[in-house]
Write a protein that binds this ligand. Sequence first.
Ligand code: HEM
Length: 483
Amino acid sequence: MAERAGVIASWRNRPNAPPVVPGLPIIGNLHQLKEKKPHQTFTKWSELYGPIYTIRTGASSVVVLNSTEVAKEAMIAKFSSISTRKLSKALSVLTRDKSMVATSDYGDFHKMVKRYVMSSMLGTSAQKLFRATRDMMVNNMLRTFHKLVTNDPHNPLIFRDVFKDELFRLSLIQSLGEDVGSVYVDEFGRDISKEEIFEVLVHDMMMCAIEADWRDYFPYLSWVPNKSFETKVFTTEARRNAVVRALINKQKERIARGEARMSYLDFLLKENTELTDDQLMILMSESILASADTVLVTTEWAMYEIANNPDKQERLHQEIREVCGDEAVTEEHLPRLPYLNAVFHETLRRHSPVPVLPPRFVHEDTTLAGYDVPTGTEMMINVYGCHMDDKVWDSPEDWLPERFLGGGFEAADRYKTMAFGAGKRTCAGSLQAVHIACVAIARFVQEFEWRLRDGDEGKEDTMQFTALKLHPLHVHLKPRGRM
Ligand code: HEM
């Protein structure tokens, strides 16, 4: 508490602090952030106060960064002063005090677990081992689309239902080594289905991660109970723990029978004795969650834009026809499909799945964009704001893949936008995201003509922690027939 008071005092006394967004006494700017979409409010404020400013959320001062230039300065040039995470109470509970790759502070533990996840699942070599699983996933989706269209040609289909199931299958296979259909959970006293596993490990976690506890904003009142918040977070955590433990135990039995497979869990059990059971459980939970959501968000937005822009759909289809002819698109074709690459990156820019990066903490005095930023400041990077900056992007509101063709962009560069973060904490799964999303988008367009359900144009609201489409995409698909 003394340290926190010191931080606020040092802010007041600094003549060279970033501009301050005016707020109310005690609560600061909290009342202006009531909706769970701070990225839009942050972006509006950046028009008035510039790319870097300070807000107050209760007792804490938070520096908000809204341009690619200053965000990169913080994430790359000043990383050594800003490498720790600042977690909300909900996230501290759900990640067991920073035991996930994404939520741990930069240091030996983070380097070790990031190396594990890259070597066993997400790095270039590991990705080659899961190629057949990714191909199966896309083939299954196409088969289901064909079946749905044949059975009911006039009604639109719900894209998310099909994609979500297959992505979750991939996520289970990569993380655990098995496409688990059901599992017995001791604490529940019954078998639970795959749908319920998804609810507990993905859906409930996403909803709980955005739970706000007012004590986050007034740490000096941490001793005051907040019963409804605690019940929700601790119940979600306990259910998650029970299910992940049951899944791990089931796989341990398989391994004990001598059936080793290729998976993150098999790798961790074989390679490492340093992780505690709790850490193992948290890492499994992270990998299932991380692979099951963001790629769905991106691909759903890409297909929405493609269905909404027939001329761009035609351009993409033509590129695919010219490069692949009669062959189904594969990962080997990707370097020769620049428009597809542009569609993917423009979707990441316009509809970033992570609009505000997980908050960071300044742990030694530093400067950003020439302003002083003292130790103890919290920092938010508004990726959405970086991508809506009209000094960098022409007509930023428009979805224009053409902006990524030629010019200053390297085709193979996965970090053309801030969507995957930057520097040492950059996304571990960006290669997997490219592999799945790009091949899926290309094959969907290769096999079908896409049209939005009438009246769905412009439905671009988002929900959840990631920028999931609020209105699930409903589409009419017309098989194109073989070329
Ligand atoms: C389009 C898809 C994806 C997007 C837009 C995305 C975005 C991000 C972002 C913004 C971060 C935080 C970077 C930061 O704080 O600086 C991150 C971190 C991370 N992502 Fe992704 N992600 C995607 C897919 C995936 C997938 C498929 C996985 C794994 C299966 C994954 C695993 C991770 C991990 C482990 C981290 C933590 C890295 C670290 O802290 O060093 N991501 N991702």
